[in-house]
Design a protein around this ligand. Structure first.
Ligand code: NAX
Length: 327
């Protein structure tokens, strides 16, 4: 029997976690032989709900669930953690500007970064989901200087999956046939879902769609604005699809991307594709043996270049407003 992996989930009483925790405990993320200990963090105001979630986890009698810790103390939640999934954040309230959200949530991620630096396993993998996800990833990473920068990533996988699905529906193909999708940039409306490199078999998707108007006027805005449209329909933001994207992201990170394919992760820019160093940016990555590498050498046409730069510019503006949260 393998020894249990410690998985911290913050915002554990929230709606994404309600779709996530049961799937992790069932083995969807790390496989059906891997026991897990869930270390659940939420704020004291959410304690009652968190207790209810714990009761339901117990009531599932999951064979792989080797323990549950439920706490509002981040020291306890991050102690010796192997995987930290940072979902917990304040939602944007009416009248709140994006910069206010950056501020409030930035402070949460600064504190959690500092605590991860103290108590997490030295090779812990950290995925940031709470918005604004890219900049929160940067804040967490910079405040945890003793953990390797390559062990941090921000989530763009939901955007990536949304893009795959739109193409699958357009071409009436199974999603699994579509390879090499990319969503560049920020998890925000400046993101650029790019299907110039996507393939089905040996054929470029772009040559099958043959409809630049659909790409520009339907595909790109549909993926960019999908989150808002889901809120409009459900009265709540994406939760089950976000939880599914977390599982996909971590599965690829641990077990690798399939041969001949890649995925999108928000990772620290290193100058690739002329995106200057120092922001967390959605790049195409190949994962192998728990490591990931940016796919190199893709051609960026002028249409794409403008969009890649727009996302970078937005990220630098976000960075300017939270610089004081970086050590
Ligand atoms: P909920 O409001 O349902 O849950 C958030 C939970 O976080 C609450 O239980 C709250 O008490 C808790 N929380 C607040 N401050 C905390 C702190 N300091 N420490 C620990 N827990 C804390 O939100 P939910 O729908 O679950 O979404 C969570 C976050 O994910 C939001 O920031 C949301 O914007 C973001 N999303 C990011 C996505 C992505 O692709 N990167 C997609 C889905 C989602 O919109």
């Amino acid at each position: 029997m393998l020894s249990p992996v410690r998985i911290t989930v913050t915002g554990a009483a929230g709606q994404i976690s309600y779709s996530l925790l049961f799937r992790i405990a069932a083995g969807d993320m790390l496989g059906s032989n891997q026991p897990v200990i869930l270390q659940l963090l939420d704020i004291p105001e959410s304690r009652k709900i968190l207790d209810g979630v714990v009761m339901e986890l117990q009531d599932c009698a999951f064979p792989l669930l080797a323990g549950i810790i439920a706490t509002h103390d981040p020291m306890m939640a991050f102690d010796q953690t192997d995987i930290a999934i940072l979902v917990g954040a304040r939602p944007r309230r009416k009248g709140m500007e994006r910069k206010d959200l950056l501020q409030t949530n930035g402070e949460i991620f600064r504190n959690q970064g500092k605590i991860l630096n103290q108590v997490a396993k030295r090779d812990a993998k950290i995925l940031v989901v709470g918005n604004p996800a890219n900049t929160n990833t940067l804040i967490t990473m910079k405040n945890a200087p003793d953990l390797p920068a390559e062990n941090f990533s921000g989530m763009l996988r939901l955007d990536h999956n949304r893009a795959l699905s739109q193409v699958a529906m357009k071409l009436n193909q199974p999603v699994s046939n579509i390879k090499k999708m990319i969503v560049w940039g920020n998890h925000s409306s400046t993101q650029f879902p790019d299907l110039y490199h996507a393939e089905i078999g040996d054929t470029k998707v772009i040559n099958l769609i043959k409809d630049p108007i659909w790409i520009e006027n339907y595909f790109i805005p549909t993926v960019q604005k999908r989150g808002a449209v889901v809120i409009e329909a459900r009265g709540l933001s994406s939760a089950a699809s976000a939880a599914n994207a977390i599982i996909d992201h971590l599965r690829n990170w641990f077990f690798g991307t399939a041969d001949g394919d890649w995925t999108t992760m928000g990772i620290l820019s290193d100058g690739s594709y002329e995106i200057p160093e120092g922001v967390i940016y959605g790049f195409p990555v190949i994962c192998k043996n728990g490591m990931r590498e940016i796919v190199q050498g893709l051609e960026i046409n002028p249409f794409s270049r403008t969009r890649l730069d727009a996302a970078y510019n937005e990220l630098t503006q976000e960075l300017d407003s939270i610089r004081h949260l970086l050590p």
